[in-house]
Design a protein around this ligand. Sequence first.
Ligand code: MG
Length: 177
Amino acid sequence: MNKQVLEGLNKQLNMEFASAYVYLAMSSYYESIDLEGFSEWFKVKAHEEMFHAMKIYTYIGDRRGKRDLTEIPLAVKTWKSPQVAAEDAYKHECKVSASIHNVMDIARQHKDHSTEAFLHWFVMEQIEEEAEADRILQKVKMVADNPGGLFMLDNYMMERAKVDAANIGKDAESEEE
Ligand code: MG
């Protein structure tokens, strides 16, 4: 595999693990303010990021590339409010999308069709990831200073966490069939 393509993939591999770390920290934060639904949902998100990382991990090996597992940067540990944490989650997903697009550009530059096809899944996945994070942020904004609303939203997040947990990796499975 081309050196720059491999570098890009390794960077993305580490970023997916770092994302899992960020979402675990958010899960922990929400738990500390008794929003268990949000906490559970972010825990599921962390699992999903690990799944993304492992997808890249496997691909690098399949292409006989050398994996470069680096240190995972420390995640922010606390947030000023549920809204600020939700804003950060959305911003984080936008950052991940930009990073994937960058690796895609590198793959195209080097005419690495396999990596391009592989990354296609991630490009599509990020559309969902951004939309989902944004919808949650908008809902948190809606209930803003209404504790009753936040309580109800937290229950909704708990239900979503269950559905999302059951769906991790499902798209990938059907794609591989
Ligand atoms: Mg991801």
